[in-house]
Design a binder for this molecule. Structure first.
Ligand code: 1YM
Length: 642
């Protein structure tokens, strides 16, 4: 009687488990966001997160990730090993439970800083559901346990001891092959995506070694280990930016279960590079942890400057922006129960965190300033200068406005505006040079397409503050055309064109001006880039004619592909395209402007930190890193997505 009841429960829970995994396979997007390349890589992060949690609990020192020849993935750690005992709720081993019951991961563990998966912190069972097969090995109590799952999470057998090992050896190894019936777009892992995130995880978890191997290519491997954690992160970010003081400020503290780490250092640039994380997840929308640190920074800077007679009573206090000019800062918080808010659920909402970070930050930062008066002086002076420049920029803005320069009605000579006033359907082409500008004006659809020819050279804003940028005529014209204002006045809702299209040649000169424009947008109009309004036109490189057909192609690869697709006896004519400036209106319309024929590439800020690095290298003062970057990336620079 008793046995029968247990069996019944066992059977019904098994059915529920399979139904759960089946639900994941039916709607994978619900669990991992997408089944594109991003979703594919998400599987790795789910498994790695379990190892990271084990590291946060203090038991794991080394994580290894291997991409195998068949694009299967092995994740291995030296933690305690997933428990192998029978789980009281499921009647099966904990290993099987973790790999087959939805959301079992953190819940069964209890406590800790789980949720590292962020938006889709869904656990190992989802990886199992979306894999062709999964093999789990656990080293624990001198035994090697093994279980295999296949066809979307079905156990081949129960967890079994397959061998013995040294009693001291513990850990978990998971090997899986993503299911190509689910990941129809691609099942190929991108080494650089894995490398970037694993490096970031190593920075965020000091003392943890993370290694990456690629068996698809000989000798491809990396290993990351940062004794100093985010202090070394700041050091790397500032490498090409000329730090203005020696010591990287290292702040660490905890209040109950909430751990706070901040590292910061000022550099010569005028840009703010503040990046925050919660449980190793980036929080680009900020939140209470970032607010707390910024608030404390501004308060302590003003306090120190006033106490030491640098800021006089008659002076305006330093604003937050003044205090963050040239600042590189990483804020990393570990929280047992984070609440994420905002449009993309990447903003920390827990209100208690603001005060906790503020307190820990202000105590340490004030001590740093007092103990290092020389460095303190350099930092305060930088903010004082920023404050004066801000006032000057405001005056410059007012002046230009008074002169009418920033008034749209006054510069129609330059801008050929479109007739439509509906921003959602309006486009502006930023065109290099007058002759291409002339053709573009003739070739456009004047209802929705505005043309702004850029004549002079655009200032490199990586090396300039807002007040100097406003002195540049081309930049002023762009600001006026966009309608958003700039700096403190910036207002995205006033943007007059939802598609901003940079139209430059495919050749080297064109890419230079494109990078200058992208730098301008990235530094001064970042919300426009983030909202996906910026595009690069892609003028074709070749024109292929056969019979009455004219085909434009972007590059050699496409040319060869197209030619190969023609039947063998097609007689054809191929020509290299002229530069934009030499095309007539019809050609320009046909190749680059007609919304039905043209190819646009959306500029995205995929990874703010990586973009920041690229921009500093490309546009900064230092020549050597720039040359190095261009030399190693020359073939890709054309495809630079900031
Ligand atoms: C390569 C993947 O999963 N490592 C891992 C997972 C766990 C533990 C250790 C662990 C956690 C706990 C206690 C605990 C997990 N355990 C569970 C659960 N690497 C990998 N290493 N003992 C071991 O959290 O208390 C889920 S994950 F639920 F069984 F505790």
């Amino acid at each position: 009687m008793e046995d029968e009841r247990v069996n019944k429960e066992y059977d019904s829970s098994s059915i529920q488990v399979l139904e759960g995994l089946e639900a994941v396979r039916k709607r994978p997007g619900m669990y991992i966001g997408t089944t594109s390349s991003r979703g594919l890589h998400h599987l790795v992060w789910e498994i790695v997160d379990n190892s990271i949690d084990e590291a946060l609990a203090g038991y794991c020192k080394h994580i290894e990730v291997t991409v195998c020849k068949d694009n299967s993935i092995i994740v291995k750690d030296d933690g305690r090993g997933i428990p192998t005992d029978i789980h009281p709720k499921t009647g099966k081993s904990t290993v099987e439970t973790v790999y087959t019951v939805l959301h079992a991961g953190g819940k069964f563990g209890g406590g800790g800083y789980k949720v590292s998966g962020g938006l889709h912190g869904v656990g190992a069972s989802v990886v199992n559901a979306l894999s062709d097969w999964v093999e789990v090995k656990v080293y624990r109590d001198g035994n090697i346990y093994y279980q295999r799952f296949s066809h979307g999470g079905h156990p081949d057998d129960e967890l079994k001891i397959i061998d013995h090992c040294d009693k001291d050896r513990t850990g978990t190894t998971v090997h899986f092959l993503p299911d190509d019936e689910i990941f129809t777009e691609t099942t190929v892992f991108d080494y650089d995506i894995l490398k970037t995130r694993l490096k970031e995880l190593a920075f965020l978890n000091k003392g943890l070694r993370i290694s990456l191997y690629d068996e698809r290519e000989a000798e491809k491997k990396d290993s990351f280990y940062y004794e100093g954690g985010i202090v070394e992160y700041v050091e790397m970010l500032n490498k090409n930016k000329n730090p203005i003081h020696e010591t990287i400020v290292d702040i660490e503290g905890a209040d109950k279960d909430i751990k706070v780490e901040v590292a910061l250092q000022y550099n010569e640039s005028y840009n703010e590079s503040v990046y925050s994380f919660v449980n190793n997840i980036t929080t680009p929308e900020g939140g209470t942890h970032e607010d707390g640190a910024k608030r404390a920074l501004t308060r302590i800077m003003n306090k120190y400057a006033t106490t030491n007679g640098i800021l006089k009573e008659k002076d305006d206090p330093l604003t937050g922006e003044d205090c963050r000019e040239g600042l590189t800062m990483i804020i990393s918080v570990k929280h047992p129960n984070p609440q994420f808010e905002g449009q993309t659920k990447t903003k920390l909402g827990n209100s208690e965190v603001r005060g906790i970070v503020d307190k820990i930050f202000s105590e340490s930062f004030e001590r740093f300033l007092m103990e290092n008066p020389d460095q303190a002086r350099v930092i305060i002076d930088k903010s004082m200068t920023a404050s004066r420049a801000r006032v000057a920029a405001k005056k410059a803005r007012e002046l230009t406005r008074r002169k009418g320069d920033l008034d749209v009605t006054n510069f129609y000579g330059k801008l050929s505006d479109c007739k439509s006033k509906d921003a959602t359907i309006s486009e502006i082409f930023l065109v290099e040079g007058d002759s291409a500008g002339g053709s573009a004006i003739k070739g456009r659809d004047s209802m929705t397409q505005a043309i702004l020819p850029l004549r002079g050279k655009i200032l490199n804003v990586e090396k300039a503050r807002l007040d100097r940028a406003l002195g540049n005529e081309e930049i002023r014209t762009i600001i006026t055309a966009f309608g958003t204002g700039i700096g403190e006045e910036f207002d995205l809702s006033k943007l007059r064109y939802h598609q901003i299209i940079i139209m430059t040649d495919a050749y080297v000169d064109g890419s230079h001006i494109r990078v200058l424009l992208l730098t301008l947008f990235y530094r001064f109009f970042r919300p426009i880039v983030e909202a996906g309004h910026v595009y690069a036109a892609q003028p074709p490189l070749f024109c292929i004619k056969h019979g009455k057909t004219i085909k434009y192609v972007l590059n050699e690869e496409e040319r060869d592909e197209y030619l190969a697709s023609l039947s063998p006896n097609t007689k054809y004519d191929i020509s290299r395209m002229k530069g934009l400036g030499e095309m007539d209106a019809e050609e320009l319309n046909e190749t680059t402007m007609d919304i039905h024929k043209r190819i646009l590439r959306q500029i995205t800020v995929e990874d703010a930190i990586a973009a920041d690095e690229v921009f500093s290298k490309l546009m900064g003062e230092e020549v050597e890193p720039r040359r190095e970057f261009i030399e190693t990336n020359a073939p890709h620079v054309e495809n630079l997505d900031i």
